[in-house]
Design a protein around this ligand. Sequence first.
Ligand SMILES: Cc1ncc(COP(=O)(O)O)c(C=O)c1O
Length: 378
Amino acid sequence: MGQDIDPFRAISLSVRAHELKAEGRRILHMEFGQPSTGAPQAAIARAHEILDSDAMGYWESRPLKERISRHYKESYGVDVSPSRIVLTCGASPALVLALATAFAPGDRIAMARPGYVAYRNTVRALNFEPVEIPCGEDVRFQLSAAALDALDPAPQGVIIASPANPTGTIIPAGELAAIAAVAKAKGIRIISDEIYHGLTYGPEIHSMLEFDRGAYIVNSFSKYFSMAAWRLGWLVSPDEGVKRTGAYIGNLFLTAPSLAQHAGLIAMDSREELDGHVEVYRKNRELLLETLPKLGLARIAPPDGAFYLYADVSRFTNDSLAFCLKLLEDTGVATAPGVDFDPVEGNRFVRFSFALSTPEIEEALEKLVPWFAAQSTR
Ligand SMILES: Cc1ncc(COP(=O)(O)O)c(C=O)c1O
């Protein structure tokens, strides 16, 4: 029998948000991390052309693999042969492929807590054991080489995420190098989830490939490229993993959607439009960082990237799910409870996604200000 895993609680909250919307309420969706912008215009135009001219079939786009390979050279200065790239239906199957090909049942996989809900649940679903490393505000919610090194026994694998979900914090280059060194010394295989690359607000971003050629790299068109619904992503596997990942993708998932692959290739050269979205998120981030402390949410690690802000709400509640539900019912602002990301400490956190338009963020803040002022503190 398969393992029981937790549901994503933000989904039940979103279902309630949609019910309220159907009743005519104005809802502002800050619960999910998905851009409200569509795919780049040129990518959509390409999809129309393909629909009109190509019957399509199972397909792996060689030009897209070559373009992704070029991206690694241009953005990080690393050589990645197209043969090491597997195109997937988003980062989610890329994570499944990396875990399933690199580890044996029962292996222990370390990860930061808080972290993306699917890490521990996917690890469990595949019969591995999650080892959660508590990472508090003092370490900006991020995994360090020292924390990885301190695990005894050493795990077989580690998942790192920079920028991270739910906090948007990054791991600086020096620390990535130190994590790679610990992993090498202890035989720990690294999976690096780089889905939020492209969405940063200052600090330089680095790929784990710059420090560890043996790492598995997960990425996707869902975030920076604003194409979540197209279901397209990729996995870079180390040379020794190529044969196995090829066999696994073929058997488990066949191919990524052909239409999305055509459009994704064009999206990779739609930088101007996509960077425009990043500027909107930058403004939204500033607005939130300016206003939330005035609401009593002062304990926030300012996000370096992604489009999330993880705020400590312990002044008001010790039940973040009930708190988010009340906030939704009273104001129409949907947020994600921290318990999704951290089963231990998450009851005192809420994640705000700011992947909306700036007028929507302003509208949300207008509702949040009086609502928080009316809440009693504990
Ligand atoms: C950190 C992280 N990894 C992976 C995913 C999965 O993304 P997708 O399957 O849409 O590419 C998400 C989605 O929110 C995420 O936040």
